[in-house]
Design a protein around this ligand. Structure first.
Ligand code: ATP
Ligand code: MG
Length: 209
């Protein structure tokens, strides 16, 4: 395992990434710095169980946009682990698969926004996951860190020990807003990497929703 020797701490950043934007990227980068991560692996979801309200863009597009977005950071990678899996993807299955693939002893830090962590109770086998994985709950405009802590305290198990709140520079950016802007022909410049912006226009994503 010489090629992976030395890697001890790996961040996993899951998301729909429809499209990926600077909110995701700054969250991953801040977490990498604070926890001294050797790398962060972005994991675009396959068919997300938590996005039933709208039709998620083809995984091929979301994967390619994520690749474009991480190209300028040597610590960032993209994994197809969820895209290539059949059916719905659950975080617990994904993290367990990474534990199998990564060298023994690797510590996994699962990076989420504060809104996502509060859905934690709805996740499959969450207690098993909390037993050995650290969760990073990043601040996000609209979600108060204090409110999040209160919600987590209500959990029937001791989640707080494994969940690390993380302040990131406030980015009031969401994929939902970006999709809406494209549909309304408003600018999305400076909200996401330029390569991703060009990809969206070239492939006419989000125009006719
Ligand atoms: P959508 O509006 O479609 O839900 P999103 O912007 O929330 O998209 P997701 O792909 O759902 O993006 O998010 C992936 C992860 O990134 C989640 O854990 C989410 O909480 C986090 N995240 C998204 N945007 C931000 C942001 N601006 N600041 C901090 N965390 C974010
Ligand atoms: Mg979201």
């Amino acid at each position: 395992m010489s090629e992976t020797k030395g890697i001890k701490r790996v961040g996993i950043m899951g998301g729909t990434f429809d499209p990926i934007h600077y909110g995701h990227l700054v969250t991953a980068e801040e977490t990498r710095g604070r926890f001294n991560l050797d790398k962060v692996i972005f994991v675009p979801s396959g068919k997300p169980p938590h996005k039933k309200g709208y039709t998620v863009t083809d995984a091929r597009h979301r994967y390619l946009m994520t690749l474009l977005a991480v190209a300028t950071n040597r610590f960032f990678e993209v994994s197809r682990i969820e895209i290539d899996r059949q059916g719905y993807s659950y975080t617990v299955d994904t993290v367990n698969q990474f534990y199998q693939q990564l060298p023994e002893g690797t510590e996994i830090y699962f990076i989420t926004g504060a809104d996502a962590i509060m859905e934690i109770l709805t996740w499959k086998n969450i207690e098993e996951l909390l037993g050995r994985t650290r969760f990073i709950a990043a601040t996000r405009p609209g979600i108060e860190l204090e409110h999040m802590k209160l919600v987590l305290k209500e959990l029937p198990f001791s989640a707080m020990e494994m969940i690390y709140p993380q302040e990131v520079p406030a980015m009031a950016i969401s994929s939902t807003d970006i999709r809406m802007r494209v549909r309304e022909k408003r600018s999305i410049k400076y909200l996401l990497p330029e390569a991703v912006e060009h990809y969206i226009y070239k492939n006419r994503l989000y125009h006719d929703e």
